[in-house]
Design a binder for this molecule. Structure first.
Ligand code: PRP
Ligand code: GLN
Length: 611
């Protein structure tokens, strides 16, 4: 899951778009902790960007870097990777200089990335410099814009380019884009899987209206945009500088199915997505879960002494569970406010460590008690296993673990990197086996119809027909999915894991703390093709000039100063580049093959002696 933001001020002399985007990124930080970025556009159509790995405070140096980003409009992004890798070079927004200078920030996931990559290579002849699906989407759009053949485009041209792009991309997306000197564009997939809302307010100078687009309404409200509307499925909006927004259905609406996981876990409670209040939906989840608990526990319910939330997301629901069961509610775990969301941490080890660092049980609340714990969801079981153990260590007699979401049995494919199916604790397992695995006396899940009802009953559309994307709970996804997609996904995730091990080995060498095994591993390198197949390190494929450029840390026609924080000017011609230019060399792209060789990263750092 990622967070996206776009701002355009009425006054083209305004220099404060970045200040506002920066504020908004803090409000959406929960949506992505791996990378952050801002691109602004100032007078003369020049782009300025600062992006890189880390949370917003780190990337923007606690705000100090925002002053380097002048301009009246811009985009912001927070990344939680679902495709490609977590390399610096995949931080967003992405940029291409041709045609016109276009930037894009994407929340979602494309499920036909290999086909798009092939098309961009063989038909469109566009260089793709990373493994990111978002870079592919930007290039498909840029390629369609290029088809106009004009020196300058208008809104009609942009809508037409989007219409063509929608026929090529499959998956979930909410995107903001910016055309140098022209204005902003926002668009959402034909099912409305990923959220996006547009807000407006009178400008400070009184000369017109300022606009902001964001993944969640909380960002708009906190930045003073009190009026807002959701972008509809398949709809796009264009806000040219100095003009009113223009809306267009660029693709027939194929449904209205927001991802239900936004309500379960992802979004902040003070957000409204597609007219459904997230906090209210979590209250409903609590009341409905209580009914299932009554049914499943039967007379054993009398033994429950206390209901406890697993902070933070489940607090609202746990209060309602306690109320409905007529049991005392008690916060037995104290959350360390300096540890962030553990679920979206990039590795299992980090997540496990994160749980203990994040939650601390207060012994007195557990000693001699039968506790009923309420969590929003159980994904891999990392959190629940540790928590049950902590509750028992703190003296609990019986521990019942309950989940506001149904068992998660299938991979998420539209922008939330839940896990490979095989890592999901409920994949091919019944509750009894899950209880045993996490060490609980019983595990109780919400039913899928109850979860749907908890959210649908709040919909401003007809609650009876309101649909949601619920593929993770039943394997039925809203878009068609190619037969081999999951096989490919598993393979890519498996390889991504291997790459992470390689990357830690490389980092250990760079920082001089590698053991012999890591030095050997980093020296050997791993090469992977686009399907995730490992290619022997000795393979002597000639990847051509594109590779050479990236090995030197400067992709052709890229702008960027090589330190993850760069300013770049728009260009009106020449080959496209994605403007990441940050010296990240471990992802080298020729057209058919990616060669990832850790030993070459090391040579960049003059460390090949270690190898
Ligand atoms: O089964 P698992 O793989 O352990 O994942 C599920 C857990 O991850 C989340 O916690 P997180 O710390 O991310 O978030 P929160 O504090 O916002 O609830 C979520 O609330 C569950 O507790
Ligand atoms: N979580 C997301 O929305 C990720 C966006 C995009 N697929 C990426 O991996 O960068």
């Amino acid at each position: 899951m990622c967070g996206i933001i776009a701002v355009i001020h009425a006054d083209p002399r305004s220099q404060s778009a970045a200040v506002e985007i920066h504020d908004a990124l803090y409000l959406l930080q929960h949506r992505g902790q791996d990378a952050a970025g801002i691109v602004t556009c100032a007078a003369g159509g020049r782009f300025y960007q600062c992006k890189g790995n880390g949370m917003a405070s780190r990337v923007f140096n606690d705000g100090a870097r925002v002053s380097e980003l002048p301009g009246f409009m811009g985009l912001g992004h927070l990344r939680y990777p679902t495709a490609g890798s977590s390399a610096n070079s995949e931080a967003q927004p992405f940029y291409v200089n041709s045609p016109y200078g276009v930037c894009l920030a994407h929340n979602g996931n494309l499920i036909n990335a290999p086909e798009l990559r092939k098309y961009l290579d063989q038909d469109a002849h566009r260089h793709i410099n990373t493994e990111s699906d978002s870079e592919l989407m930007l290039n498909v759009f840029a390629n369609e814009l290029n088809e106009t053949g004009k020196a300058r485009v208008n809104a009609e041209d942009c809508f037409a380019a989007l219409e063509r792009m929608y026929t090529q991309c499959v998956g979930g997306w909410a995107c903001t884009a910016m055309l140098a000197g022209f204005g902003l564009i926002g668009f959402r997939d034909p099912y409305g899987i990923r959220p996006m809302v547009l807000g407006w307010r009178p400008s400070e100078s009184g000369s017109g209206t300022d606009y902001m687009m964001a993944s969640e309404s909380v960002a708009l409200v906190q930045c003073g945009y009190r009026e807002f509307k959701d972008i509809l499925p398949g709809q796009a909006v264009i806000i040219e500088k100095g003009k009113e927004p223009v809306f267009r259905q660029v693709h027939p609406q194929k449904g209205y199915s927001p991802d239900i996981f936004e309500y379960v876990y992802f979004a902040r409670p003070d957000t409204i997505i597609d007219g459904i209040d997230v906090d209210e939906s979590r209250r409903n989840m609590g009341f409905k879960l209580a009914e299932t608990i009554k049914r499943q526990l039967g007379p054993a319910l009398a033994e429950v002494d206390v209901v406890m939330p697993i902070p933070e997301t489940s607090i609202t629901s746990a209060l309602c569970v306690a109320e409905a069961l007529g049991k005392p509610y008690c916060q037995g775990f104290v959350k360390n406010r300096y540890i962030f969301r553990t679920f979206i941490m990039p590795s299992q080890k980090l997540r496990q460590k994160g749980v203990r660092a994040k939650l601390n049980p207060m012994r007195k609340k557990f000693e001699g008690k039968n506790v009923l714990l309420v969590d929003d969801s159980i994904v891999r079981g990392t959190t629940s296993r540790e928590i049950v153990l902590m509750a028992r260590e703190a003296g609990a007699k019986k521990v019942y673990f309950t989940s506001c979401a149904p068992p998660i049995t299938n991979a998420h494919i539209y922008g939330i990197d839940l896990a490979s199916s095989s890592e999901l604790i409920a994949h091919h397992r019944e509750s009894a086996a899950i209880a045993e695995l996490i060490g609980a006396d019983d595990v109780i899940y919400q039913t899928l119809p109850d979860l749907i009802e908890a959210c649908a009953s709040l919909s401003p559309r007809d609650p009876a027909t309101q649909q949601f994307e619920v593929g993770v709970f039943c394997g039925k996804y809203v878009t068609p999915v190619a037969d081999d997609y999951f096989e490919r996904l598993e393979r890519i995730r498996g390889e991504a894991k291997k790459m992470k091990v390689m990357e830690s080995a490389r980092d250990a060498v760079i920082h001089g703390v590698a053991d012999q095994k890591q030095i050997r591993m980093a020296a050997k390198g791993v090469e992977v093709d686009h399907d995730g197949n490992v290619i022997p390190a000795s393979d002597d494929t000639n990847p051509g000039n594109a590779e050479q450029n990236v090995v030197n840390g400067v992709g052709a026609q890229q702008s960027g100063n090589g330190n993850g924080c760069s300013s770049c000017s728009s260009s009106n011609g020449g080959a496209s580049g994605n403007g990441n230019g940050n010296g990240e060399s471990s992802r080298r792209s020729s057209t058919e093959m990616v060669r990832r060789t850790a030993s070459q990263d090391i040579s960049l750092h003059n460390l090949n002696d270690h190898a």
